[in-house]
Design a binder for this molecule. Structure first.
Ligand code: ATP
Ligand code: MG
Length: 424
């Protein structure tokens, strides 16, 4: 086997221990934040029947047309797909287990998603999302709450350079009226459309508005606006969302071109964007999807959700100067000699009983080389056991940041250690 085959798949990254410290920290912040809004965790499989995504996301979308990792189960011929996003699976699980039978649900999940895209900074083939879904809520209050939630998270994370873009996609009838007008308009401007736009003209004309082709921008700018077609109920809903945001001091920009990449959205849609990540500037995106449950074969129920890209958020944090968190080790146990080795083992277990984080030196070596490892581990204290100490069941505690070494008996070590560690 050549070395080449021993590489991870392009666009699928290893997250090495130093960086994983940042992920763990982030995941903890996110868990607390979600709990503070009453959201509960749900965990779905990474693989689903391909049909689920086709039905939920829509056949004429970037994801379904060209980004899905789909394959045939070689044992039974089933068509399967590595999940490209979480909403479809989450809704499938909610329907399958009848979670909405007597109460609405606030749910979240996190984990890897898979899309066959061109890898670049902030865009990977295996990437990670935190997804948040509220199911069974009709009113604009939940829309606003989810957006306020995001604002709170950015604050918790210390992110300042993110701005909120907001739009409404209205309801089905308004979208049908708009769609008809759009098709007519694009047909009048056929000569200006690129190949992709021509292909989508009848299948998904709304997506043409999302095109990044510079040559089409002026024509797109002048296209018929959905806003003009919205009915009273959708307008009232949108106004209520904006009123709550304004009341809470959350600034937003209304972007009528914000249509989102997925078919299932209606009414409120939003994106949190930054200018610091180039073309990968969207760190969080979501909206209402009242039609999705019925669309995938369930009983109709309103829903609202969003997902954020963890890689993009972490890059942003690091670009803002956030250092990688250090591993938290309390004690590194250094020892030499057979008697000392036995005592070191006992001590390490005893300290863990006290709730401390302990590395027991393994593999021998001189005191000097062991102390170097203790230093590199970031431990607050070294617990040193030589023959002298072992003979009388004692240990020398040495603060790694300097300070006097203290010799204590192993039996009474708890209080001394706690004191030394708190001093740090
Ligand atoms: P984009 O327009 O950047 O392709 P999208 O509209 O396809 O994004 P969503 O499906 O809304 O993205 O996913 C929500 C979030 O997940 C995005 O805002 C982004 O932060 C993140 N994300 C999406 N695709 C990727 C990817 N390939 N690599 C890393 N993060 C991603
Ligand atoms: Mg995309």
């Amino acid at each position: 086997m050549s070395n080449e085959t021993l590489q991870a798949i392009r666009g699928m990254n290893d997250i090495l221990p130093d960086e994983a410290e940042l992920w763990l920290w982030f995941e903890e912040v996110v868990r607390d934040w979600l709990a503070s809004y009453g959201y509960r965790n749900i965990r779905m499989p990474l693989v689903e029947p391909t049909g689920l995504f086709k039905r939920a996301i829509g056949e004429v979308t970037d994801i379904v047309e060209k980004e899905m990792y789909s394959f045939e189960d070689s044992l039974n011929g089933d068509q399967l797909t590595l999940r490209p996003e979480g909403t479809a699976s989450c809704v499938r699980a909610v329907l399958q287990h009848n979670l909405l039978y007597n109460a609405p649900q606030r749910l979240y999940y996190s984990g890897p998603m898979f899309r066959h895209e061109r890898p670049q900074k902030g865009r990977y083939r295996q990437f990670h999302q935190v997804g948040v879904e509220a199911l069974g809520f009709t009113g604009p209050d939940i829309d606003a709450e989810q957006i306020l939630m995001c604002a709170r998270l950015w604050k918790k994370l210390g992110l300042s350079d993110v701005t909120l873009q907001l739009n409404t996609l209205g309801d089905a009838e308004a979208r049908l009226r708009h769609r008809a007008k759009l098709i007519a308009y694009f047909e009048q401007n056929l000569a200006l459309l690129d190949a992709e736009a021509v292909r989508r003209l009848h299948s998904n004309p709304l997506r043409i508005l999302d095109s990044k082709n510079p040559a089409m921008q002026a024509m797109i700018e002048a296209a018929p606006k959905l806003m003009a077609e919205l009915d009273e109920a959708a307008l009232t809903h949108f106004a209520a969302v904006q009123a709550i945001l304004t009341q809470h001091g959350v600034a937003f920009e209304i972007n009528p071109r914000l249509v989102r990449g997925l078919d299932y959205y209606n009414r409120t849609v939003f994106e949190w964007v930054t200018t610091r990540l180039g073309a990968q500037g969207t760190i969080c995106a979501g909206g209402r999807y009242d039609g999705l449950l019925e669309q995938i074969g369930g009983k109709a129920a309103p829903a609202m959700g969003f997902a954020m890209g963890i890689e993009r958020l972490l890059v942003l944090l690091q670009e803002a100067g956030m250092p990688l968190p250090k591993p938290k080790i309390d004690v590194y146990v250094v020892h030499q000699g057979e008697l000392a080795a036995n005592l070191a083992f006992v001590l390490a277990e005893q300290l863990r009983d006290l709730g401390l984080r302990v590395i027991l030196h393994c593999g021998g070596g001189s005191f000097k080389s062991q102390m170097k490892k203790a230093d590199a581990s970031g431990a607050k204290l070294a617990a040193v056991i030589g023959d002298d100490e072992a003979a009388v069941n004692e240990v020398s505690l040495k603060p790694m940041q300097g300070g006097a070494q203290i010799r204590v008996s192993v039996q009474n070590i708890g209080a001394t250690i706690n004191k030394l560690i708190k001093q740090e």
